[in-house]
Design a protein around this ligand. Structure first.
Ligand SMILES: [Fe+2]
Length: 101
């Protein structure tokens, strides 16, 4: 049973495509939040072994976030379009936007 905290619209009326889109978006959010938290903890801990573990966990979460982003790219033409425009480029990002328009 979906809760209102998870879904902003009527779950029963949503298509499976929209549900999966939302699941992927939430997964990316959660993974990136975990990246930030692990990074903060790794920076602050005074224990060297724990620091290494936290950095390892942070990097695993980055991998998870990117995997979910790739799923979104494959399923969402706008993600695909913008990723093709901006990712793996060099130079001023805002100039890339100007050039793309
Ligand atoms: Fe993860």
């Amino acid at each position: 049973m979906a809760t209102s905290a998870e879904w902003h619209e009527d779950y029963d009326k949503m298509s499976e495509k929209s549900r999966n889109f939302s699941r992927a978006i939430k997964s990316v959010q959660e993974e990136l939040e975990a990246v930030d938290w692990y990074n903060q903890r790794a920076e602050q801990t005074s224990d060297k072994q724990l620091k290494k573990i936290l950095e390892h966990n942070r990097d695993e979460e980055i991998e998870h976030a990117v995997m979910a982003l790739e799923w979104l790219r494959r399923c969402t033409p706008k993600f695909d379009e913008h990723m093709k425009t901006y990712l793996f480029t060099k130079g001023d990002i805002l100039k890339i936007e100007e050039k793309a328009k």
